[in-house]
Design a protein around this ligand. Structure first.
Ligand code: ADP
Ligand code: ADP
Length: 237
């Protein structure tokens, strides 16, 4: 069974008003366990609207969305369970960094879910290690004093610290300098090798998609207009 299954999903914003607008129209998509699936498309094509269905921020108005065995159309869908299993790295790290110090920031999620003491410390150490931030060096550093690339790593460590089954990355390298971008791509490549996470990668960057993704969906005007392996989509005749 696919880890993410989307069938004929549609979404209208402001339905029944003069401003009604169809943001998604008949979208179908699957992601298998351990797969990296990319979603590509211009601004306004529906990418954010689509990924907001993956952690239950939006419920399907029409069609089917099933994520980690949870049917989002069901009124009994366990959204709490879903949010623990789906980690989202938002486009702007500022949207998910709330604590003053790096260690507290990474600990925030697992603490909220009840982890304490040594188990919590081990979890934070592990997550920081995965993103290449040395625990002893960085845990007491103020988040505001870090570079943009380091802040993105802290945000990713905070998401990983919850040990999600599915990781959604919304333009993970947007706005980074070339070196930070390379570092983050290396971290993501290693993460998929080591952890076998299912990853949804939203990206404008075809090079990044070709390097990381097994499969890619191209959205335009709320529809999937193309899908295939990056090789088949980007090959020049
Ligand atoms: P279409 O929309 O062109 O009718 P489907 O949605 O039925 O096509 O999918 C066509 C093929 O694409 C499927 O047989 C499937 O093997 C492949 N496919 C779709 N999504 C993925 C994915 N995430 N990973 C690997 N293969 C995929
Ligand atoms: P993308 O992430 O690809 O830029 P979005 O999913 O943000 O696309 O937007 C898809 C369409 O839906 C756009 O036309 C956008 O203006 C519209 N839209 C997005 N969010 C809202 C909202 N909260 N209310 C009304 N329209 C929206």
């Amino acid at each position: 069974d696919p880890v993410i299954l989307v069938e004929d999903l549609a979404r209208d914003y402001l339905p029944g008003t003069p401003l009604a607008h169809r943001a998604l129209d008949g979208v179908s998509l699957v992601a298998g366990a351990g797969e990296v699936v990319a979603i590509i498309g211009p601004t306004g094509s529906g990418k954010s609207t689509l990924i907001q269905h993956f952690n239950g921020l939006l419920r399907p108005q029409r069609g089917r969305v099933r994520v980690a065995g949870i049917d989002l159309a069901s009124p009994r869908a366990d959204l709490r369970a879903l949010r623990r299993r789906v980690g989202i790295l938002f486009q702007r790290p500022e949207d998910q960094l709330f604590e003053r110090f790096v260690g507290d920031e990474v600990a925030f999620g697992p603490y909220k879910y009840g982890l304490r003491g040594d188990a919590l410390r081990q979890r934070v150490r592990w997550a920081m290690d995965v993103v290449g931030l040395d625990f002893d060096t960085f845990r007491d550093r103020p988040v505001f004093a870090l570079s943009g690339g380091q802040r993105r790593k802290v945000a990713l460590a905070g998401v990983l610290a919850l040990r999600p089954e599915i990781l959604v990355l919304d333009e993970p390298t947007a706005g980074l300098d070339p070196q930070s971008r390379e570092e983050l791509l290396a971290i993501l490549a290693e993460l998929r090798e080591r952890e076998g996470l299912t990853v949804v990668l939203v990206s404008h960057n075809l090079d990044e998609v070709a390097r990381l993704a097994d499969y890619a969906y191209v959205l335009a005007g709320g529809r999937v207009v193309l899908h295939g392996t990056p090789r088949s989509l980007f090959a020049r005749p």
